[in-house]
Design a protein around this ligand. Structure first.
Ligand SMILES: C[S@@+](CC[C@H](N)C(=O)[O-])C[C@H]1O[C@@H](n2cnc3c(N)ncnc32)[C@H](O)[C@@H]1O
Length: 220
């Protein structure tokens, strides 16, 4: 039986709601359309659910981004992929990354993200399925955190094929930073020589105090 560690201030109802919601995000039988509906339906309560689950993805992502970009962070153009309600956007903005765009498949999650006022462009699109319509290599970094996928797993609906397109809109020498659960931390295979795994950092408490990883890929 899996054990879950919740935030100290979470009451019984918060805990129940949190588990129910996160389990619905992990239901691999839903497929991309139904999965997005689940995110739409739960978007208003998402931030509280993640706080109850002691979600540390945004702060761990920012730690790595700060090391990668020590200076002039306002000039670093970042796409927050599968941005959700913008928790990572807020954390990055506070660290000086003010040139931020967001993409997510869920209009409900993006509507919550918009309220945070940290993104310049909000793109509602399915990564891996539809094209973003961005032709040029304009981003210095693409970030991804949450239960978002890595490797072949495709959990949470971002297929590894999405990495191909994301890599194609990052400038040569730029980075793709993916924060995820340890169980999902398979390296995304580089079939066309477009990126290299630069680092893999283990984080002791990512969600429910369980381990996670931050994978940094350098775009060739
Ligand atoms: C668990 S949330 C993580 C959100 C945010 N990155 C965070 O750290 O809080 C996962 C998000 O990925 C989005 N998502 C899942 N599959 C997607 C896909 N194929 N394309 C775009 N967004 C996707 C969902 O709509 C949801 O907002």
């Amino acid at each position: 039986m899996d054990s879950f560690v919740f935030a100290d201030d979470a009451n019984e109802q918060d805990r129940r709601e949190c588990l129910k919601t996160i389990q619905s995000y992990r239901d691999k039988t839903l497929g991309i359309q139904k999965g997005t509906e689940v995110y739409n339906e739960t978007s208003a309560g998402y931030d509280k659910v993640m706080s109850t689950a002691k979600y540390k993805g945004p702060e761990e992502l920012v730690r790595v981004m700060e090391d990668l970009f020590p200076n002039n962070r306002d000039q670093v153009k970042v796409l927050d992929a599968a941005s959700g309600t913008g928790l990572c956007g807020v954390a990055m903005f506070q660290a000086g990354f003010t040139n931020l765009d967001a993409v997510d498949a869920s209009a409900g999650m993006l509507a919550e993200a918009k309220k945070k006022n940290v993104y310049q462009r909000l793109i509602c699109e399915y990564l891996g399925e539809n094209k973003l319509g961005i032709k040029d290599r304009i981003y210095d970094a693409v970030t991804m955190s949450g239960e978002t996928t890595s490797g072949e797993l495709g959990e949470n609906l971002v297929p590894s094929s999405a990495f191909q397109e994301l890599a194609s809109i990052i400038k040569p020498g730029g980075v793709l930073v993916n924060v995820t659960r340890k169980e999902n931390s398979g390296n995304v295979p580089d079939e066309e020589g477009k990126w290299k795994l630069e680092s893999k950092k283990t984080i002791p408490a990512y969600l429910f105090d369980k381990e996670g990883v931050v994978l940094t890929y350098r775009i060739v």
